[in-house]
Design a binder for this molecule. Structure first.
Ligand code: ZN
Length: 436
């Protein structure tokens, strides 16, 4: 195995392994599941996640932090006392945020609160009722059809109490206070692609970013979707002007190709960097314009916030049949797909970190590169002719108007090769940075 394949293998297995550990935890918008998830990430990854509790009733923009929901047990028993639906078998069996109930009822009555998908008969749907106090169970259609007439005992031991909404964050300080945010939602129970793939990649990025010297500070934000992101924004409003750009991560482990949804600003550096990385990868990809539906990028891109935050995913959530069903299990996510998504994010962050404006010190006529030993330096490389190209592009367009991202786009040359040319030109004094 070559070094690159080995790296992909190691990263992919580590990403997958964290997903396996988090998979059984019963998460919801609030409650112990979120706390246990954050604790598990801290322990497994040996990272220092700050766990923030925002009390029930706190006003966050147009929303209010809800009561905290927790669950201990849930089942449906038939007239012989046999459990025919058991939360212990799958935490998708209970409608997430179900109200408590302890009652006897007929099959017809029970069926009014059973959710199933006749078009996907083998999968349990994931249903939630976060903002209405309803109760319900979810079963696959075959299971639903197998229930016979009779009296059923319905029991859900759940609670809504004054408590808090919990989120986690981790700041990795760089040379500047300007921040790049990476956000993933942490509220889905036992679903692997949506949303454990995003959580695992975000958690692994903490350790990656901690080990390198960064120009920007990075803030990893693990929040329940929608209200969690809104809560985070409301609680951090005075610091939002520090944010340079960001990414929301979701559905990053399936075998489909990469999809990037741009920020509302459309041409922010993160949008261009992600598109550049995908264009230069040897796999298929799709870049979508911003639209106000999807994941938490909706909140970061709301008009009064308007941060350049894009969404990175593989198959979009509305395009894979297992989405929000028990089919989104550990078999849907692949270590190699996780590693591929992870390395594309690392590449895009490399661009954001290293983009800059340089000035050519020879603006009239081409510089005599050979006299400065630059051709000799290049000729030691495998493909001399090709690597002259970035040098010529950088020298021509480093006119004070075009940064390295502009040059990479104009030339069609990969950003890392542009950076190598910059290094060589800086070393012989033909190029100067505009920042000292
Ligand atoms: Zn979802």
């Amino acid at each position: 195995m070559n070094a690159e394949a080995n790296y992909i293998n190691t990263v992919g297995n580590s990403l997958y392994s964290l997903i396996e550990k988090l998979f059984p935890i019963h998460r919801s918008t609030t409650g112990e599941g979120v706390r246990n998830t954050l604790r598990c990430i801290s322990d497994e990854m040996d990272v220092d996640l700050k766990i923030v509790e925002v009390p029930t009733g706190t006003k966050v923009f147009d929303w209010v932090v809800p009561k905290e929901w927790n669950i201990k047990d849930a089942y449906v028993k038939n007239s012989q006392g046999k459990k025919v639906i058991d939360y212990a078998d799958s935490n998708l069996h209970v409608v997430n945020s179900s109200a408590p109930i302890n009652a006897k009822m007929s099959l017809d009555e029970l069926k009014k609160n059973l959710h199933t998908m006749p078009d996907k008969p083998l999968w349990i749907p994931y249903r939630y009722s976060h903002y209405n106090e309803n109760w319900g169970f979810c079963v696959n259609y075959e299971h639903y059809e197998s229930l016979v007439d009779g009296e059923y005992e319905v029991f859900i031991d759940s609670s809504f109490k004054e408590g808090s909404l919990t989120y986690g964050e981790c700041l990795i300080e760089g040379d500047t206070k300007e921040e790049i945010i990476i956000s993933a939602h942490i509220c889905h129970p036992s679903l692997a692609n949506d949303n454990l793939s995003g959580i695992s990649i975000a958690a692994h990025l903490i350790n990656f970013l901690k080990k390198q010297k960064n120009k920007y500070s990075y803030r990893i934000i693990l929040v329940p979707s929608t209200i969690g992101a809104i809560t985070w924004l409301a609680q951090n409003e005075d610091r939002l002007s520090n944010i340079n750009c960001g990414l929301v991560l979701s559905c990053l482990g399936d075998a489909g190709h990469s999809t990037y949804k741009k920020s509302r600003r459309d041409t922010a550096l993160i949008d261009r960097a992600m598109e550049h990385v995908l264009m230069h990868s040897d796999t298929g990809y799709e870049v979508r314009p911003f639209a106000p539906y999807g994941y938490d990028e909706r909140q970061f891109n709301s008009p009064g916030i308007n941060l350049p935050v894009g969404l990175f995913m593989r198959t979009p959530h509305d395009c894979y049949p297992q989405y929000h069903t028990s089919g989104d299990d550990l078999s849907l996510v692949k270590p190699e797909a996780l590693a591929d998504s992870y390395s594309k994010i690392v590449e895009a962050l490399f661009i954001v970190e290293n983009n800059g404006l340089y000035i050519s010190q020879n603006q009239k006529g081409e510089a005599h590169l050979g006299r400065r030993g630059l051709y000799r330096q290049l000729s030691g490389q495998a493909d001399q002719r090709l690597d002259e190209l970035p040098v010529l592009w950088v020298m021509n367009y480093s006119d004070g108007q075009h940064d390295l991202m502009d040059i990479a786009e104009k030339s069609g040359i990969e950003f890392r090769r542009i950076c190598k040319a910059v290094e060589a030109l800086l070393a012989v004094g033909l190029l100067k940075s505009t920042v000292e």
